[in-house]
Design a protein around this ligand. Sequence first.
Ligand SMILES: [Zn+2]
Length: 285
Amino acid sequence: MNDLKEFVEISSKLGSDLSLVQAGGGNTSQKIDSKLMAVKSSGTFLRNISLEKGFCILNYEDVKNYHDMPAETESMYSRDINQFVKSGNGRPSMESGFHAIIPKKFVLHSHPVYLNVLLCSQEGESILNTLYPDSVFIETIAPGMKLSMKIKLIVDKMNEDDICTLFLQNHGLITASNNLINCYEMHKNVAKNVKKELSLPKFIFENNQDIDPILFEKNLFPDQIVFYDSGDRDSDGFKENFAAANYIFAQINGSGLTPLFLESQLIDYIRSMDSEKYRLNLEQK
Ligand SMILES: [Zn+2]
């Protein structure tokens, strides 16, 4: 467990920055040896992770191989992934698939508000391709099984060394490295650079409590749907995700960009996902 000390410290640091991680969003992993991986547990807040709680140990080789022939439905998929857990708390993050598949020791995933101004706008893809020509851009897709399968297709075709920065449209950022500090620095620098590039103001949670009504009808990212459906407007999940959405939407408009909302088919799919429902259950307790 000592091996995980630095991983836990960086994970909780990443999770404590509201401009990167809102409520239970975001997840991190460390491959411990040739088989085992620590990954954040579903429903846990990254900022609360410690050596005692908040992550699961999984056999990542099994998880990776499982993606050669995964289940047909999202609920079967998350049930199957659970079976690879060796120890730890609760269920593994619904994104454990891509953590296992990405061939680097450390994988960090978050929802940076500054970056999401670009990832949730129609112009964002071409701007990011110019700013980060060596990155991987993944078009809007449901989190969980579909995202992990998409990342598998990409990773299978790439050189291991080239898999460092992955942009997820309408979602967030993944950085991967065999060096934890490097992985964390890359992560923070992407957010910082985009903030600078677009001259964005600092994200202040308290200043984003007056939510634009359009955000109760249209969605910029998956977590917004999950917490809207919860109906509990006093939960941290709701407040933090809607403050983020409010900021992102205002800055898209303020930067002269065009918002890219989720399509209804994807929204219906996300609403039907068991693992998201599970996460919501956990957070309402
Ligand atoms: Zn995410």
